[in-house]
Design a protein around this ligand. Structure first.
Ligand SMILES: [Zn+2]
Length: 426
């Protein structure tokens, strides 16, 4: 008898799977007033986009009859690929006291992250790269948005960042036994241990390796903003990651730290504050991409003088302030590729789109800014054949706005419709 019950149960599960697969395979027709399929091309006029099974099935001019189960009317809007933010921290909100690290469990980050994932998607960001978070929190969120349990963007996750002992990214500011208890397990010293930590991150499910290559602004240590890892350690990290098919993103402020990271083969520099000619030339020569995170400075500047930050952190914020205003123009002067990333979590989640206007202010054209947040960012992720454009076979990551972002990219600060992997986000 039990055998038959089990057999029946298996059949029931198979039938249920078939039904849900059929439901998922519904075809949706998006009727767009105008479509920008790629930041490099001109807007198409009225267009119909067919979406099936989370992917774009067809893009056809006009609003003629199509075989679809459902229609979405965006006839008054410009439809374009969803935006990509290469630097977010969904599991945290800005301005929290540093000691909360000792009172809030890592799991709380998943709850905060679920809230922020939805806000980020509603802002038009259909893919984000999680740039460092506690334990498995980003991996759980990644699964949550992939399975549709949590409304939010596709998440490419680093998990915990690699840091030097006592450096930015490690626990700081507590008495030693508390530091020890809160240790993430991802500090390393020397090439062998650093390579081992890359392999551990890979084993745990990291999509990308994040390291804190230099000192940082928001950590409780006043050891400057120059290189923390040695050149040999950075090379061991980059070589090991690449051998596993993973890229490395390096938080870096100091110029020599940026230069050493680029020469070590690290794939992207996050922040890049003190970028000088030698550092920029090293980045250009090694194909290292800059992710400027201008919004990070906006966010922290708003909290200055209000008791939000400790004195050691306030001093560092005031030191980097004047440099960020020229960062993008300095990088572009030497031909460094600039890709979109904001450091959301350092400022309030959902304001990611404000970075577009800040990039434009530093001399980028509207088209270049849009490319940085679509095709260029997709390439940094190695996902340029899946996201960043609208084309048959690409993920149905689709947003809609009023106006033409190629004429004024800041219209993307107000996104009216968002679809991630074929699911409309509400
Ligand atoms: Zn960050």
């Amino acid at each position: 008898m039990t055998h038959w019950i089990r057999h029946f149960g298996a059949l029931g599960a198979a039938a249920a799977a078939l039904v849900s697969a059929q439901a998922w395979a519904e075809t949706v027709a998006i009727r767009a007033g105008s479509v920008i399929t790629d930041a490099a091309s001109e807007p198409m006029g009225p267009t119909t986009i067919l979406v099936t099974d989370g992917k774009i099935a067809a893009i056809t001019p006009g609003h003629g009859a199509v075989n679809a189960d459902r229609e979405i009317d965006l006839k008054g809007k410009t439809v374009l690929p969803g935006l990509i933010d290469l630097h977010t921290h969904l599991t945290g909100d800005p301005g929290g006291d540093f000691w909360k690290e000792a009172t809030e469990p890592d799991e709380w980050g998943v709850v905060v992250g679920a809230k922020n994932a939805r806000l980020t998607a509603l802002a038009g960001f259909t893919t984000v790269r999680e740039a460092g978070s506690g334990r498995d929190t980003a991996f759980s969120l990644r699964r949550g948005t992939a399975e549709g349990l949590v409304p939010g963007p596709r998440i490419v996750a680093a998990g915990p960042a690699l840091a030097i002992i006592g450096g930015h990214g490690d626990v700081n500011g507590f008495r030693s036994e508390v530091n020890e208890l809160l240790d993430s397990g991802f500090t390393c010293t020397g090439t062998v241990e650093c390579a081992a930590k890359v392999r551990l991150a890979s084993q745990n499910g990291a999509d990308v390796i994040k390291i804190t290559a230099t000192g940082g602004v928001l950590s409780q240590q006043g050891r400057g903003l120059e290189a923390h890892f040695t050149p040999a350690e950075m090379k061991a990290i980059a070589d090991t990651a690449h051998s596993l098919g993973l890229k490395v993103m390096a938080h870096a402020h100091g110029a020599r730290g940026i230069q050493q990271a680029a020469e070590a083969g690290i794939d992207s520099i996050e922040h890049g504050t003190y970028l000088d000619e030698a550092a920029a030339r090293a980045m250009k020569a090694n194909g290292t991409v800059l992710v400027p995170t201008l919004m990070a400075l906006e966010g922290v500047s708003e909290g200055l003088g209000k008791g939000v930050y400790t004195p050691v952190v306030e001093d560092k914020i005031r030191a980097v302030q004047p440099l960020m205003a020229s960062l993008v123009s300095r990088a572009r002067q030497y031909g460094v590729t600039v890709a979109f990333g904001t450091d959301a979590g350092v400022y309030q989640h959902g304001r990611n789109g404000e970075e577009l206007g800040l990039m434009k202010k530093q001399g980028m054209s509207d088209r270049d800014v849009l490319a940085s947040a679509t095709t260029v960012a997709a390439k940094v992720l190695g996902m340029e054949s899946q996201i960043g454009k609208l084309a048959p076979g690409y993920s149905a990551d689709i947003i809609a706005v009023d106006g033409n972002p190629l004429a004024d990219v800041t219209v993307l600060e107000d996104v009216g419709f968002v679809m991630v992997r074929g699911r409309v986000i509400e």
